[in-house]
Design a protein around this ligand. Structure first.
Ligand SMILES: *Cc1c(COP(=O)(O)O)cnc(C)c1O
Length: 344
């Protein structure tokens, strides 16, 4: 029987005794072996399919906890800034909790599936003439002025929920992987994985990957106008900067950049070689390993097992898929013509 995350890891999630459990049975996502990727990188590779969460991204792990706490403390509304997936998730969990939801997204820069989700769940969707970083500044201020719960990953309950993905990996593999590869945007998720690994006394190497046009952690400075096709990691000023850098350093891993071309290559390659369709941002975790390899600091053994976190589902962003894949073959209603179309 599928179980809400909060029940599965109850002892590790700091909700208050009277808080309701607001859940859509998130988490417990598939961990899939990736034989062809393993061959290419020279280590046993697994894919953590976070697109299998109820709204199609890992954001649900954090949202179940953040919205449960919000409901428990009597909030009537939730708000977030979002590149899309937080909006979709917040909108769905707000419905479950009987709260109203408002989401601020960067105008024209969110994948169409995510927009559809936020709207169909009845959230008030505001398209800001600005980027994600601008939107986050505004929602932080609004949450100060109004009795509305901020559910971005600056909310500590988001991190508490998202860390459960690390627990699942440890349980499923019978121990931690040697390394974890993860896309990095606002840097909440890498912070969460590290917290989860540390709470269970493990410390795999963390490899984080940012898009080259949006790589503040790699550059060492905020990026004023971040640009990348990978819209979920198009963030120039990550909220969890310090914690993420601490995680990379302490785990003896690193953060590096991948170009949009490398991201899209990995995205198509995964779909056509492993049968897994993730969104472009997610593919940064695979593109990073293919581009930079499994680097180690002096004296460390090369990792033998690595988990790539595929953060969101490919269906979120059909425009990128259709713009990347070969076209449909049109055909007249005739057996011979169809025969040619199929077999030539
Ligand atoms: C939110 C998101 C990310 C980035 O996670 P951060 O916690 O912001 O670093 C990556 N991929 C997808 C699909 C996302 O939705």
């Amino acid at each position: 029987m599928p179980q809400p995350l909060i029940e599965r890891y109850r002892d590790y999630i700091p909700l208050e005794p009277g808080d309701p459990i607001v859940s859509i049975n998130e988490g417990s996502t598939p961990l899939v072996e990736a034989p062809r990727l393993s061959e290419r990188i020279g280590a046993k590779a697994y894919l953590k399919i976070e697109g299998a969460n109820p709204t199609g991204s890992f954001k649900d792990r954090g949202m179940t906890v953040a919205v449960s706490r919000a409901k428990g403390r009597g909030a009537e509304a939730v708000i977030c800034a979002s590149t899309g997936n937080t909006a979709a998730s917040a909108a769905a969990y707000a419905v479950r909790a009987g709260l109203t939801g408002a989401v601020i997204v960067p105008e024209g820069k969110i994948a169409i599936g995510k927009l559809a989700q936020a709207l169909i769940h009845g959230a008030r969707v505001i398209a800001l003439e600005g980027n994600f970083d601008d939107a986050l500044v505004i929602v932080r201020e609004l949450a100060e002025r109004h009795p509305i719960e901020l559910v971005n990953s600056v909310n500590p309950y988001r991190i508490e929920g998202q860390k459960t993905a690390a627990f699942e990996l440890i349980e499923e593999l019978g121990g931690p992987p040697d390394a974890l590869s993860i896309p990095v945007g606002n840097a909440g998720n890498v912070t969460a994985y590290w917290k989860g690994f540390q709470e269970w006394d493990t410390s795999p190497i963390l490899y984080g990957f940012q898009a080259a046009g949006s790589a503040p952690l790699v550059d060492g400075a905020p990026v004023a106008n971040p640009e990348t096709i990978a819209s979920a990691i198009r963030i120039g000023s990550p909220a969890r900067w310090e914690e993420a850098m601490n995680a990379f350093n302490t785990s003896r891993g690193r953060v590096a950049a991948v170009t949009d071309e490398q991201i899209l290559d990995a995205y198509s390659w995964l779909a056509s070689n492993e049968g897994v369709f993730c969104e472009p941002s997610s593919a940064a975790s695979v593109a990073g390993l293919l581009t930079h390899g499994l680097q180690t600091v002096d004296g460390m053994d090369k990792p033998e097992t690595v988990v790539c976190v595929l953060t969101g589902h490919g269906l979120k962003d059909p425009d990128t898929a259709l713009g990347t894949a070969p076209p449909v073959i049109n055909c007249v209603n005739d057996i011979t013509a169809v025969e040619h179309a199929v077999f030539d």
